[in-house]
Design a protein around this ligand. Structure first.
Ligand SMILES: *Cc1c(COP(=O)(O)O)cnc(C)c1O
Ligand SMILES: [Zn+2]
Length: 401
């Protein structure tokens, strides 16, 4: 079965994706039509991959391409420590740092690459500053398909090398990033390279699996809120669509409220939401430690605003100090997330203080990527070790009186 794509703004229907993956009438992002008749497959999760277990939610993908690297099926960890400390009934962390390239991007990369192969493309590509580039490189390697990665010229070595290791064609590009996003998709489509950028429809589809897993991990219950670190808007759109499909398929009666969180130093969506606007404006002079969510003009920004309005959720921002505090606090619970990915916890704390979140709420925080991917953020923490002589070991390892 082939997919119909529907404009998220004007409802125009397309039989196939357009060359830019956007509506040719209003230039807003397209979305795969809603799946309304599916169930979760049974069977042994230890021998399934996400596209196998949730195959009925992907009627338009031929999953016989065998490029899984074991993405998804990440832990949902309940924090009793933070449940008590923050005073909320259920605080959960969905730890996306457990993915093959240590971020949730892998879930959307496998659906995107599968689509590319289904369509007969011989190459793939992406435009990214880090996590998505590493993810597409890894799956390009696994699929043995030509892979082009376009990055900003000023990218740090710490981020470049983990992309380069997979052997893709890595190109630093000078110029406007927003233009690069559109041009790469269009030029790629015309020249045999399927670009799987931040919010392309088949990438967004992969992110639905986060919702399916949360539903299963909560024993077929739905949380009250899900908090999602948001940049381009792909992840949050996929998660919301996943919950909407569970409801449309009659598997649940309710859907969670979705909270978009951005860094105050680059918050085009949260700012528009606060001001009651329907359209985002380009954020000038973005600057935050949360580099992975530093997109000043998110391609799905307007759609995130529309979606949140319908869903009943909100968009908020948190500043760098709140982010660093949250990183520390989450590490005290044993989870090390990179700055962008702990904005969800920072928002949780803030929204409880502001009494938006209440004592009885069940809240899932998406921890989008591992802290090891961006270790220079550790300079902001006070981290010390002491040095001793081995003969003094007994002074250190001793029972407290
Ligand atoms: C990509 C990314 C995000 C934002 O996801 P979008 O789909 O661009 O909204 C958040 N956190 C991390 C760590 C990411 O890599
Ligand atoms: Zn449209």
């Amino acid at each position: 079965m082939d997919a119909k794509l529907i404009c998220t703004n004007c409802d125009e229907v397309y039989e196939q994706e357009t060359k830019t993956f956007r509506c040719t009438k209003c230039d807003e992002p397209l979305e795969l039509e809603l799946v309304t008749n599916a169930k979760i497959n049974e069977g042994n999760v230890l021998e399934q991959n996400i596209l196998g277990r949730y195959s009925e939610f992907y009627p338009y993908l031929d999953n016989n391409v065998d490029i899984s690297l074991g993405e998804g099926f990440t832990s949902l960890i309940k924090s009793n420590f933070l449940t008590n400390k923050i005073g909320i009934k259920g605080v959960y962390f969905k730890n996306e740092g457990e993915n093959p390239t240590w971020s949730f991007k892998d879930r959307g990369t496998i659906t995107g690459v599968t689509r590319a192969i289904n369509l007969g493309f011989k190459g793939i590509g992406t435009v990214s500053t880090g996590n998505m580039a590493a993810s597409v490189s890894a799956y390009g390697a696994k699929a043995k398909i030509d892979t082009i990665i376009l990055v900003k010229e000023e990218i740090a070595d710490e981020k470049l090398k983990p992309i380069a290791v997979y052997g893709s064609k890595l190109v630093k590009v000078r110029g406007d990033y927003g233009k690069l996003y559109l041009e790469s998709i269009k030029l790629g489509y015309e020249n045999g390279f399927y670009f799987i950028n931040s919010d392309s429809p088949f990438r967004v589809e992969g992110y639905k699996t986060i919702a399916f897993e949360i539903f299963e991990q909560l024993n077929h219950n739905i949380p009250d809120y899900v908090i999602v670190p948001t940049s381009a808007g792909g992840d949050i759109r996929g998660i919301e669509k996943g919950f909407r499909e569970l409801k449309a398929c009659g598997l649940t009666e309710k859907a969670p409220k979705i909270i978009a969180v951005q860094a105050a130093g680059c918050a085009p969506i949260a700012t528009a939401f606060k001001n009651g606007r329907e359209k985002i404006e380009r954020f000038s002079n973005p600057h935050t430690i949360a580099h992975a969510i530093e997109n000043p003009y998110p391609p799905s920004g307007n759609q995130v605003l529309r979606m949140i309005k319908k869903n009943g959720g909100i968009a908020v921002d948190v500043d760098d100090d709140e982010i660093i505090n949250a990183q520390k606090l989450l590490a005290e619970e044993g989870i090390f997330g990179q700055p962008a990915s702990v904005t969800s916890l920072a928002a949780l704390i803030k929204l409880k203080e502001e009494k938006y979140l209440l004592e009885d709420d069940i809240v899932v925080n998406i921890v989008t990527a591992s802290g090891l991917k961006f270790t220079s953020a550790l300079d902001k923490h006070d981290l010390n070790a002491i040095t001793i002589d081995i003969d003094n070991l007994k002074d250190i390892i001793k029972k407290e009186e």
